[in-house]
Design a protein around this ligand. Sequence first.
Ligand code: ADP
Length: 348
Amino acid sequence: MTQDTPTPPTNDLVELRDVTVTYPGATSPALLGMSLAVTEGEFLAILGPSGSGKTTALRAIAGFEHIQSGEIHINDQLVAGANRHVDPERRRVGMVFQDYALFPHKTVAGNVAYGLNRSKGEARVGEVLELVGLTGLGDRMPNELSGGQQQRVALARALAPEPDVILLDEPFSNLDANLRDRVRRELRLILTETRTTAVLVTHDQEEALATSDLVAVMYKGRVVQVDSPAELYTKPSDPWIADFLGDADILTTTGHRGYAETAVGRFKTDLKGPVVVVVRPEDVQLSVGETPNAVVARTDFFGHDQLVTVALHGGSRIRSRIGPRPNYQSGDRVRVRAIRARVYPGRT
Ligand code: ADP
């Protein structure tokens, strides 16, 4: 290679363009013009409520579902489109399923070797077992492993043939909470180390935000917002996404002369007429000693923080997330102020 060989541009490794999937007999499509691009080396989470089409999207990328319209490209190859459907085993994708789908009668090494070319099988099996931290366990049977270890076998099996992309379908849902955090971090490290492009499907907001570079939020068969976890959480494109991603309270008011005036503060906006103001509890402050504008309705104590629900004069309720102190009691009169909020068009 000469010195001035241009580096290839970063391409979208997986791309869905306007993809529609309707199951036989279904009254509405599971995917309805879904578009999504995943850049090489990126870890993207598809997040959405149950039934929004996440699994269908993953299965369409893998080739387990036929699409009715649109196109799917993987590594610049058209794998699904008009009159074209490349079979799953020819798409160079690795799949990790929710239940791991290990072969129960094959050893760990046998599971990992599945789908590998015999000639380089053994060396590669050792390599990926080392990568996932299972060196020495190749002769075990799957039922002799913990849930976390089985998950790593499934990941090793998916990584072994060096796929272009790894697709993960709710891979942590069978693990208990403590283990889940650890396995999630390990998986993330392994995929970063191997610069593997990955698409994770989850209905768990925290998991999507904590694990991925980008989150695509799905609703009714479409992607409604794609952003980094921090952008998505702080700048959701509509109130539904704000509420879906975390705790959010909604106040209705009107936009007037550059502001939306509420009981907890006035917020800049160019919108005029009815607006909704979305407030996250961590942006809501409480104080005593100033003119009160609310009464404490309840407190939920979690140790590292607490959620204090207050009733504003006028009836609406709003929550404040604060540290474990001070100790508010129901009926306490307090001053509530939101230091930040987002304003969206309201219903006219
Ligand atoms: P999610 O993974 O977000 O929960 P799915 O992709 O599983 O959503 O499902 C999307 C929609 O397609 C849902 O309305 C679901 O009921 C429907 N669906 C999923 N699988 C099938 C199937 N095999 N046959 C018919 N309808 C299905």
